[in-house]
Design a protein around this ligand. Structure first.
Ligand SMILES: *[C@@H]1O[C@H](CO)[C@@H](O)[C@H](O)[C@H]1NC(C)=O
Ligand SMILES: *[C@@H]1O[C@H](CO)[C@@H](O)[C@H](O)[C@H]1NC(C)=O
Ligand SMILES: CC(=O)N[C@H]1CO[C@H](CO)[C@@H](O)[C@@H]1O
Length: 552
C-alpha cells in the first residue's frame, strides 16, 4: 500500500475550530455538525466585530434613521421607532418571525446552522456585539440547540423563520435540546448548562436572522455526501461491469483526450485503474477475453460521460456553497472603516438555491443509471446469471424486490428534481417581491442524495452477489477488496432472508466512505504510474493535494 495514507491529516483530532468568517469549508461544517469540535473566534474577527458594533452604537446614540436598526422591517421600513423601544423592536422581530412549521431539524443539522451563523457574524459586518456572539458560541460549545422547524423559509430576506427559531431558543424562549436535558424549555436548558439567555441590543435581531444559513448549511451536508457517493459510484459500476463481463475498451485514455471534460477523464482513469488486467489481473476478464463482444450497453460503456458530468457539477456546486459559507448575507451591512451602514441584497438566496437544484439534478443521474445496471444484473437474459441472483428461483425471490426499491427511489427522485428555484412568490406586501425558494431546494437535495446512496447500496449488494456465481474466478485486486469489505457486513445470498438490514449495512459503508478507502490507494498508484504530471514533487505536497480539507 502506498505511504500516502499515513500523511493524511485528520481534522477530527482538533479540539476546536478557529472561525474567522473567511476560511470555513463544507467539510468542516459537517464535522462541526457531528459535534466533533468546539468553536473559538480568531482574535482578528473579534476586533472586527467590536469595531462594527461601536459604529452601530454611535448611530443609535446620534438618533440616525437606519433600516432595521431604528425603523420597522420589510413594508414598515419607513416607520421610525423611538430609542426607548429599540430592544423591544428586535425581540418582537424574533418572536413574530418564529413562524416555522414541520419537524425540527436534527441536533446535527441545528449545530451546523448555529455554527454557520456564528461564522458569518464573525466577518464583522453585521453589527452584532461580541457579548452576544460569545453567548452563541457558549451555547454551541455546550450543544444547547434551539428547536428549528424545517419549513417556512422562502429564502429571500434570508432564512427568516428558521433563523428566528434559532435565535428564540438562545433568548431562552421556546424549546431547546441538549445531550444532557433532551428537549425542554429553552430557559431551563440554558440554566442547566450555566448559560444566560441572549438579551438583544439594537439591530441584533436582524443580525441573527437576515441570511441564507439554513439553505447553505443543509446544502453543505448535501454536497459533501454527494461527493462521497459519486466517487464510490465509480467503484460500484466497475464491479458491475466485471460481473456482466463488460469490456474496458471504452475507457481508453485516447478516447477521453478527444473530449477532455475533467470529470469524464477522471472517471475513465478510475475505471482503467480498477479494471486494469495487467496490473492486478482479473480472472473474470481473462475468461471472456476472446469473446465477440465489441461494445456494451450505455449504462456500462458511458459511465465516464455520465458519472463525469456529475463529478464536475458537484465541484461547481461545492464552490458556490463554500463561497456562501464565508459570506456576509444580512442587511444592512456595517462598514466600520467607512463609518457607515449600507443597504443591499446579499440575503437573497438565489445562489445556493440554484446550485442545490443543479446538485439534485446531477446526482440523481447516478441512481438513474445505477437502477438500469441493477436490472441488468437481475435479468437473466441480460446477465447470463440466475434470475434475481439466486439459486432455486421460485422458491427464492432473491433481489427481485430490492430492484423494485431502487426503481421506487429513482422515480421519487424524478419528482424531487423539479427545480424549486424556478418558483417565486411575492412576500411582505410586495416589498420582498422576488424570492429563491432555496430552503426547499436544500431539503430536497438531501433527500435526493440519500436515495442515490440507497440505490447504489443495492447495486453494490447485487454486484457482490453476482460475483458468487462466477467463482472460483476472481476479479481485480481493488475490486476484490471492495467485495471483501461488503462481505464483512453482509453474507452471500444462499437462500431468501430478510433483505432490508443488508441494504442498511451497505448504506452505512458508503456513508463512512469505506468503499472509497479500500480502492483509493490503487487508483492513486495507477495515476502516479500512468500520468507523469500527477507525480508529486514531495510526499507532503502529494498528501495535501489528496485531502479535501486543508488543515487549520
Ligand atoms: C432582511 O433584509 C431585507 C433587505 O433590507 C429586508 O427587505 C428584510 O425585511 C430583512 N428582514 C427583516 C426581517 O426585516
Ligand atoms: C468554546 O470552546 C473552546 C474550546 O474549548 C474554547 O477555546 C472557547 O473559548 C469556548 N468559547 C466560548 C465562548 O465559551
Ligand atoms: C466532487 C469530485 O469528486 N470532484 C472531482 C472531479 O474530478 C476532478 C478531477 O478532474 C477531481 O479533482 C475532483 O475532486
Amino acid at each position: 500500500m502506498p505511504p500516502l495514507i499515513f500523511f493524511m491529516f485528520d481534522i477530527a483530532f482538533l479540539q476546536y475550530l478557529l472561525l474567522d468568517g473567511n476560511s470555513l469549508t463544507s467539510a468542516d461544517l459537517v464535522s462541526l455538525g457531528k459535534g466533533l469540535h468546539k468553536i473559538k473566534l480568531s482574535p482578528d474577527a473579534e476586533n472586527k466585530v467590536v469595531q462594527s458594533r461601536e459604529l452601530l452604537d454611535t448611530i443609535v446614540k446620534d438618533n440616525k434613521v437606519v433600516y432595521g436598526i431604528t425603523t420597522g422591517f420589510g413594508k414598515f421600513a419607513r416607520t421610525v421607532i423611538p430609542v426607548s423601544k429599540l430592544n423591544e423592536l428586535q425581540e418582537n422581530l424574533i418572536r413574530s418571525h418564529s413562524a416555522g412549521v414541520g419537524s425540527p431539524l436534527s441536533p446535527e443539522r441545528t449545530r451546523m446552522l448555529l455554527a454557520l451563523r456564528i461564522n458569518v457574524l464573525a466577518k464583522g459586518h453585521s453589527g452584532i456585539s461580541l457579548e452576544t456572539l460569545h453567548k452563541m458560541i457558549e451555547a454551541f460549545n455546550a450543544s444547547c440547540l434551539s428547536y428549528v422547524p424545517e419549513k417556512g423559509t422562502v429564502g429571500a430576506s434570508g432564512d427568516l423563520a428558521p433563523l428566528s427559531h434559532l435565535a428564540l431558543g438562545l433568548m431562552g424562549e421556546g424549546k431547546m435540546w441538549s445531550p444532557m436535558s433532551g428537549w425542554a424549555d429553552a430557559k431551563y436548558v440554558l440554566e442547566a448548562h450555566g448559560l444566560k439567555p441572549i438579551s438583544l441590543k439594537p439591530k441584533e435581531g436582524l443580525a441573527l436572522i437576515n441570511g441564507t444559513q439554513m439553505i447553505t448549511s443543509l446544502g453543505a451536508e448535501a454536497v459533501e455526501r454527494a461527493q462521497a457517493v459519486a466517487r464510490q459510484a465509480d467503484i460500484i459500476a466497475a464491479l458491475t461491469l466485471e460481473v456482466l463481463k463488460g469490456t474496458t475498451k471504452a475507457f481508453d485514455s485516447d478516447i477521453h483526450k478527444l473530449r477532455p471534460h475533467p470529470g469524464q477523464k477522471e472517471v475513465a482513469l478510475r475505471f482503467r485503474s480498477l479494471l486494469d488486467s495487467d496490473h492486478h489481473p482479473s480472472e473474470i476478464a481473462e475468461s471472456h477475453r476472446f469473446c465477440d463482444r465489441v461494445q456494451d450497453a450505455y449504462t456500462l460503456r458511458c459511465c465516464p460521460q455520465v458519472h463525469g458530468v456529475v463529478n464536475d457539477t458537484i465541484d461547481f456546486v461545492k464552490n458556490i456553497i463554500n463561497t456562501e459559507i464565508n459570506s456576509a448575507t444580512d442587511n444592512p451591512m456595517v462598514f466600520a472603516e467607512r463609518g457607515e451602514t449600507i443597504s443591499g441584497g446579499n440575503f437573497h438566496g438565489e445562489y445556493p438555491a440554484k446550485a442545490l437544484d443543479y446538485l439534485s439534478i446531477a446526482v440523481h443521474e447516478l441512481a438513474s443509471i445505477s437502477e438500469r445496471r441493477i436490472e441488468r444484473l437481475c435479468n437473466p437474459s441480460l446477465s447470463e446469471l440466475p434470475a434475481f441472483l439466486v439459486n432455486d428461483g421460485g422458491l427464492n425471490s432473491g433481489f427481485m424486490i430490492a430492484h423494485c426499491t431502487a426503481a421506487a427511489l429513482v422515480s421519487e427522485n424524478k419528482v424531487l428534481c423539479h427545480p424549486s428555484s424556478v418558483d417565486s412568490l411575492s412576500t411582505s406586501a410586495a416589498t420582498e417581491d422576488h424570492v429563491s425558494m432555496g430552503g426547499w431546494a436544500a431539503r430536497k437535495a438531501l433527500r435526493v442524495v440519500e436515495h442515490v446512496e440507497q440505490v447504489l447500496s443495492i447495486e453494490l449488494l447485487a454486484a457482490c452477489q453476482g460475483i458468487e456465481f462466477l467463482r472460483p474466478l476472481r476479479t481485480t485486486t481493488p475490486l476484490e477488496k471492495a467485495y471483501d469489505l461488503v462481505r464483512t457486513v453482509v453474507k452471500p445470498w444462499i437462500k431468501d432472508r430478510f433483505m432490508a438490514a443488508d441494504i442498511e449495512a451497505v448504506h452505512q459503508l458508503l456513508l463512512d466512505q469505506k468503499v472509497w478507502s479500500v480502492a483509493q490507494p490503487y487508483i492513486e498508484k495507477y495515476r502516479m504510474e500512468h500520468i507523469p504530471e500527477s507525480r508529486p514533487s514531495s510526499p507532503t505536497a502529494f498528501s495535501l493535494e489528496l485531502h479535501d480539507t486543508p488543515p487549520k
